[in-house]
Design a protein around this ligand. Sequence first.
Ligand code: ATP
Ligand code: MG
Ligand code: MG
Ligand code: MG
Length: 439
Amino acid sequence: MRLSRYFMPILKENPKEAEIVSHRLMLRTGMIRQQSQGIYSWLPLGKRVLDKVNKIIREEQNRSGAIELLMPTLQTAELWQESGRYDAYGKEMLRIKDRQDRPMLYGPTNEEMITDIFRSYVKSYKDLPLNLYHIQLKFRDEIRPRFGTMRSREFMMKDAYSFDLTQEGAVIAYNKMFTAYLRTFDRLGLRAIPMRADTGPIGGELSHEFIILADTGESEVFCHKDFVNFDIPGEDTNFDDAAGLKGIFDKWTSVYAATSEMHDEAAFNAIPEGERLSARGIEVGHIFYFGTKYSEPMGAKVQGPDGKEHAVHMGSYGIGPTRLVPAIIEASHDENGIIWPASVAPFDVVVINMKSGDQACDDACETVYAALSKAGKDVLLDDRDDRAGTKFATADLIGLPVQIIVGPRSIAGGEVEVKDRKTGARETMTVEAAIKRLA
Ligand code: ATP
Ligand code: MG
Ligand code: MG
Ligand code: MG
């Protein structure tokens, strides 16, 4: 992508309304635009990051055996009356009437709808286990939307729903998602800690929130320091091995971790003082096992091996992609801007032309741009007619992992500079060597 033809509306000034660094940087880099309170457009640069986050989420959901579909954002009130949540959900639910005066709502979550899909098709235990997910917009009329897309009213969620004949089966499904989540957050460059959590309006018995430690987080959390060093399950994890998955779950729940709602002061104080971590955190994912809470009232039943009808045991599993993007920035930035982990960077590399219009610089930039693009890299070429200093500042601000700097002096000797955004380390090398390094 040539920056001169791209749409990346960088702001010169720090936006006053932004209270936390991720919000400020997302506005400054032109990743998002607020359209009305708590409702955002994702501009091209932001959309690229969001797509990369969703790609990783999708790959790990698929790896664990979950199957993707897509449900609508608008739902009928009827479905929610069946589960009893239409009245219970309260003011967070945006209620709408269609032209026939039928009560509708913009879905804040999809347990009812997926249960309706399930009951319409699945009749036998032989078709279980089943886990269906989608990545879709949700609406919750948050009382205090803030921090940009961290807590917005319209936001994206990956929500998965598992169906099993028995509680034992549902626990295996839970452990699969638990493991998939550890892998997902790790690939996003984050250390997320699973914490025992309250089940809230989703209801149920077993629940973990996945929390990123950050000073700007809205949750108060307590955990053992050991979490920082726990191994992440590998790519070769066998999701059909129930015992192996239980081993992962047991390990990751073997030491204390809880949000303030579930906090047990005595258990926490039993940890030696130097190993206690009392911090703030951002909830980026949440998983629940809730048994037959929806299947029972909504009649989602299958025939078991005993020939009888059984209400299925369900779980639901959410991740917030539009919250993850700012969470990644909270975890990875410096005074000059964002530092994207390579896995979610909007482009892999920026080629900075220090002197657009200078023939040697232009030619070298085109050579590098063409070669890296051909090698399948996402390359941003800063070919704007602007001062070198402005281009350097932009490159640091938008935080792509690598910068290739092409200047008139070094290119006369056939050389360019390669800068690592994270460490700031610079290396001078030939154009060919730079291409080889990054391709
Ligand atoms: P919170 O405690 O922050 O209000 P929640 O517990 O209500 O979140 P869940 O119902 O557990 O949220 O939804 C699953 C995931 O969806 C959350 O872990 C979070 O990543 C994301 N999410 C929920 N609400 C929002 C929001 N208002 N803006 C952005 N992401 C959200
Ligand atoms: Mg909430
Ligand atoms: Mg919560
Ligand atoms: Mg939650």
